[in-house]
Design a protein around this ligand. Structure first.
Ligand SMILES: NC(=O)C1=CN([C@@H]2O[C@H](COP(=O)(O)OP(=O)(O)OC[C@H]3O[C@@H](n4cnc5c(N)ncnc54)[C@H](OP(=O)(O)O)[C@@H]3O)[C@@H](O)[C@H]2O)C=CC1
Ligand SMILES: O=C1CO[C@H](CO)[C@@H](O)[C@@H]1O
Length: 333
C-alpha cells in the first residue's frame, strides 16, 4: 500500500515511524503547510509518547504543500489523515471525492451525526478510522478473546483514562474544534466498549464541566442485556503531575483481565501488568512485548494495508463503529 500523510504533527510523526517498520505499507508522500517540515526538519514535533521528532530523509518522497496537491497523485492508494479533529470531515470528503481510500485518526468527526454521514458517503471499505487500542497488545487480548470465546462472553468492564491538562492542544475544550475529554480522549474507551459489548442504549454520567464541556466524569452504561456491567471514567485532573494513565478490568464468564499504566511528570511510571485471573484461581501474566508504543501503530497500518489489498476491512477499522463510539460519547453530554 502506498500512503500519504496529511498533517505532520505528533500523530503524523508516530505514523511515519510505524511506516518505516512496515513491510506492507509504504509512506510515499506527505502534505504539510510548514516549509521546515517539507524540508525534512521534523525536530520540533512534540507529543506525550514515543521518541521526539527528527530530521527525516524526504528525498524519495513526494512532498506536497496541501492535501489537494497530494490527491492529484494517482500513484497514492491511501491518504492518512493526521489533522486536528475539526479538519477531519472536510479532508475526508475531499479524499472520497477524489476516489482515494482514507485512514483517519480518531475521532472520526466532532459529532456522531457527521461521523455517520461520512461513513455513509464512503464506498464500502473506502473509509477507515485509526482507533489504536485494539491494536495495542494489552488491549488486543480483550478483543481477541471476545472474538474467539476462549473465556466465554465479556460480562463486565471498567475502563479508566485520565490525563493532566493538555496545554499543548489548542482549544481542547472547544466542542467545535477538539471536543474536550469525552470526544478526544474517552472516545478510545467508547470504541473499545462498542467492540467488546455492543452498543449501549443509555448512560448515567456524573460529571464536572469546564466552560460547559465535560472535564471529569464517571459513567455507567446500559445495554439491551441488563446483566452487562460496564463503566468508564476519567478526564482531566488539575495537575501536571500525572500526565497520562489508562487501564481496565474486564470480566469474561471464565476469567477477569486487568491492566493499568501511569506516567508521571517526574519521569516515573507505574503499572499493573496485563494479568489474567482465571476462574480456577490461577493467575497468568502473558508477555506483551517490550512496550514499544510504535508496535500497535505498526499492526494498525498493516491491517489497513491488508484491507486495501483484499477489500476486507477489519471491524476494528470500520467507520460506522467509529461513529458509534462518538454516539457513546454524546450519550454522556
Ligand atoms: N491514536 C492516538 O493515540 C492519538 C491520536 N491523536 C489524534 O490525531 C489527530 C492529530 O493530533 P496530533 O497529531 O496530536 O495534533 P498536532 O497538532 O500535533 O498535529 C496536527 C497537524 O495538522 C496540521 N494542521 C494543524 N492545523 C491545521 C490547519 N488549520 N490546516 C491544515 N493543517 C493543519 C499541522 O501539520 P502541518 O504543520 O504539517 O501542516 C499539525 O502539525 C487528532 O485527531 C487527535 O485526536 C492524537 C494523539 C494520540
Ligand atoms: O490518547 C490520547 C492522549 O490524550 C490526548 C488528549 O486528550 C488525546 O488526543 C489522545 O488521543
Amino acid at each position: 500500500m502506498r500512503a500519504g500523510i496529511v498533517g505532520v504533527g505528533f500523530m503524523g510523526w508516530i505514523h511515519y515511524l510505524a511506516y518505516q517498520q512496515s513491510s506492507k505499507a509504504e509512506l510515499v508522500a506527505f502534505a504539510s503547510r510548514d516549509p521546515k517540515k517539507r524540508s525534512g526538519d521534523w525536530r520540533e514535533i512534540k507529543g506525550n509518547f514515543g521518541p521526539p521528532g527528527e530530521q527525516i530523509d524526504v528525498s524519495k518522497m513526494s512532498v506536497c504543500e496541501s492535501l489537494e496537491e497530494m490527491l492529484a497523485d494517482d500513484s497514492i492508494d491511501l491518504i492518512d489523515i493526521c489533522l486536528p479533529p475539526h479538519l477531519h470531515a472536510d479532508a475526508i470528503r475531499s479524499c472520497l471525492a477524489s476516489g482515494k481510500r482514507v485512514l483517519c485518526e480518531k475521532p472520526l468527526a466532532l459529532d456522531a451525526a457527521t461521523a455517520q454521514a461520512l461513513a455513509a458517503e464512503a464506498t464500502p471499505g473506502q473509509l477507515m478510522v485509526a482507533h489504536i487500542l485494539p491494536f495495542m497488545p494489552e488491549f488486543k487480548i480483550l478483543v481477541d478473546a471476545a472474538k474467539d470465546g476462549r473465556w466465554g462472553k465479556p460480562i463486565a468492564g471498567r475502563f479508566k483514562r485520565t490525563i493532566s491538562p493538555p496545554d499543548w492542544i489548542p482549544d481542547f475544550y472547544d466542542m467545535d474544534r477538539v471536543g474536550g475529554p469525552l470526544v478526544d480522549l474517552q472516545v478510545h474507551d467508547a470504541h473499545l466498549i462498542r467492540v467488546l459489548f455492543g452498543m449501549p442504549t443509555a448512560a448515567a454520567c456524573a460529571k464536572q464541566c469546564k466552560d460547559g464541556t465535560p472535564k471529569f466524569y464517571e459513567t455507567v452504561f446500559e445495554f439491551e442485556d441488563p446483566s452487562l456491567v460496564v463503566s468508564a471514567g476519567g478526564g482531566v485532573i488539575d495537575s501536571p503531575a500525572r500526565g497520562f494513565t489508562h487501564g481496565f478490568e474486564v470480566s469474561f464468564e471464565k476469567a477477569t483481565v486487568q491492566f493499568e499504566f501511569a506516567a508521571y511528570a517526574d519521569g516515573s511510571t507505574a503499572s499493573i501488568p496485563l494479568t489474567i485471573m482465571n476462574s480456577d484461581g490461577s493467575v497468568e501474566r502473558p508477555s506483551v512485548g517490550d512496550g514499544d508504543p510504535i508496535a500497535g501503530f505498526l499492526l494498525e497500518l498493516d491491517a489497513v494495508a491488508d484491507a486495501v489489498a483484499t477489500g476486507q476491512v477489519s471491524p476494528i477499522l470500520d467507520a460506522k463503529t467509529a461513529a458509534d463510539a462518538l454516539s457513546i460519547c454524546e450519550m454522556q453530554l
